[in-house]
Ligand binder design. Structure first.
Ligand SMILES: NC(=O)c1ccc[n+]([C@@H]2O[C@H](COP(=O)([O-])OP(=O)(O)OC[C@H]3O[C@@H](n4cnc5c(N)ncnc54)[C@H](OP(=O)(O)O)[C@@H]3O)[C@@H](O)[C@H]2O)c1
Length: 269
């Protein structure tokens, strides 16, 4: 299937590893030129070189900490200047501390919302006027299934994700008349560089050994395994494409049908 992405200009946040890197690889493979950001520019530039060599596409990089409003503005404006348009914005840079309410400090809650929610808002605030002026655009928001499948040991990511899902739908209602459409992608557990850290936190908060926690998440997924980054990236490439432009305000789950509430029951067995 031709995704009709050749020559499209895409911005991807948090693209130096994990899902963001996989999306950058998938979009350039489909013919997009991309602008990527992350805080660590050295690591980002190594990835950018890899992608340039593999795809032959234009890859612009800039260091940005999206918890800072000025960095988000600089990322969007410099990327627009470098690429000439913004057809696609992939909001991906995000994480929020896991943990039960008793362990979460004010700073933890602030961190959860500052990057995972406000980081997305900041990029949107600068990208949307550009998309409107050029006659349209596409926004893909990487959210997470915690927003709809709540769990008490991931209450902060759940809150940030629920806020993101609400924003995704609300903006779809507002910007359709400008031909800008939105989609939210809700992964469950995905094998990224930080999977080990997530399992450690889950073990601590659910009072389990590391090995037991590592086995618990796959047991809550009917397919019996967690996702690979390429599976999420391939879905995002299709959703970013003009073929999926009419998928607007929707949330697409990619979590193997995870039944998260099962994790609480399974922990005692
Ligand atoms: N992995 C999962 O199981 C999973 C499940 C559901 C949802 N998600 C969502 O999917 C997205 C990607 O997750 P991931 O697991 O691929 O993440 P990851 O492996 O931790 O990668 C995060 C990326 O974001 C960058 N980043 C981190 N903090 C940043 C900041 N303040 N400003 C700008 N960039 C920043 C990182 O680079 P630097 O450190 O150099 O900044 C890196 O490139 C996130 O929104 C996450 O919530 C992931």
């Amino acid at each position: 299937m031709d995704l009709q992405l050749t020559g499209k200009k895409a911005l991807i946040t948090g693209a130096s590893m994990g899902i963001g890197k996989a999306i950058a690889i998938a979009l350039t493979r489909e013919g997009c030129d991309v602008a990527l950001c992350a805080r660590n520019k050295d690591r980002l530039d190594v990835v950018a070189d890899e992608i340039r060599k593999a795809s032959g596409r234009e890859v612009f990089t800039i260091a940005a900490d999206l918890t800072r409003a000025a960095d988000a503005e600089a990322f969007v404006q410099a990327s627009h200047a470098a690429l000439g348009r913004i057809d696609i914005l992939v909001n991906n840079a995000g994480s929020a501390p896991g943990g039960v309410i008793e362990h979460l400090s004010e700073a933890d809650w602030d961190q959860a919302l500052q990057l995972k929610f406000m980081g997305y808002i900041r990029c949107l605030r600068h990208a949307l006027p550009i998309m409107v002026a050029q006659g349209g655009g596409r926004v893909v928001n990487l959210i997470g299934n915690d927003g709809v499948k709540e769990s008490y040991w991931e209450i902060a990511p759940g809150a940030a994700n629920a806020a993101g899902q609400n924003m995704n739908k609300a903006l779809a209602g507002q910007y359709g008349r400008h031909n800008v459409s939105f989609v939210a992608v809700n992964p469950g557990p995905v094998r990224t560089e930080r999977w080990e850290g997530l399992v450690k936190a889950m073990a601590r908060d659910m009072n389990l050994s590391y090995d037991d926690a590592d086995k618990l998440a796959p047991r809550s997924i009917p397919l019996g395994r967690i996702a690979e980054v390429e599976e999420v990236a391939n879905l995002c490439a299709y959703l970013a494409s003009p073929l999926a432009h009419f998928v607007n305000g929707s949330m697409i789950e990619i979590d193997g049908g995870q039944q998260k509430s099962l994790m609480d029951q399974l922990r005692d067995r």
